[in-house]
Design a protein. Sequence first.
Length: 345
Amino acid sequence: MTFPELAATNSQPHSEQFAVLASPSTAPGAPQSWMVSVANAKFHWYDLVAGFQQAPDIRDPVGRYQRRMQFELEAAAAQPHLFFAVVRPRVRFDIKGTIQWGFFSLKLTLPLLLGADEAKESITIELKVPFAATMKKPTVTLTPNFVTLNWGGLIEALSIHDILQTYAHTLKIPSKVVYVGQTRDDEARLGKGRLPALQKLHAQHSEHFDTLLLVQQLDVQVSCADGDPADAPHNANPLAAETLLGERMDVIEAALSSYFEGANPRTRNQEQRLLRSARLTEVQAEHNLAQFTIDLQYEDTGRYKYLCSEHAASAKRHLLSCHIANGQAMAAPMPLPPESKKAKS
């Protein structure tokens, strides 16, 4: 069944092949329980690719940065990874401000403009000399979005969000999830800024907010008396394995959409909600899915670990108990286990 509200849908030829490769048995197997966790995750600054901009100039360090980000998003389009559209209050480098160096150190203070009213702030970072450098201290150039560090033998380009994500600071800037989707898309529209749902959200938020994409590869561990269907012979074919993974991602996406966007997300119309409901009912029956747990925590995203939404409180870990009821994905927060002393240190 086609599921149009996803970031992409599988083409019809693929759907036809999946039907041929499906298990010959239609009887439901033993009940399944899933444990879903984040295998890896990375933020991308969506504003840098939004719209119909010209191809970046790869002769320029910033252009190479943007093209590299596009390549990564295009590669993600071949996989059913999950992504969150995350908005944060607008922040820019203050190109009229003063750049300051610490005495006898590589501590660098960069001026910032925060929020719609462009309140003046600053961040101090301590640089490390890269291996290819031929200078002990780089030449610093600011644009509103980027800082470039010319070390002689190497030029580094870092966006404002790279700086805020990597280095410690005291700025209180919330990361708010406004949309949950999947990266799988034969047209790779996400990396081109041409996905309709995100175009609308970007138009709503771009004046006062920055929009980032948190792309996540998920790991699904299945508990079932019959074993994990992914290990079954009829799912050994790449096309069958792909459709199985796609079904799981559809369920997980729906649960996280319900948690972060609410039971009736504004980003999806009535027709899309009905299609999603039918899809969830179909997948639940096919897999005999009893319940699933989603554990979201982001160890590789630096200072951008905390997520919130209009419906979810800010937390660096979201542990959710989920199930499907009457074609709807239900997700409720669970108490977090106590942190070990090693984790706190």
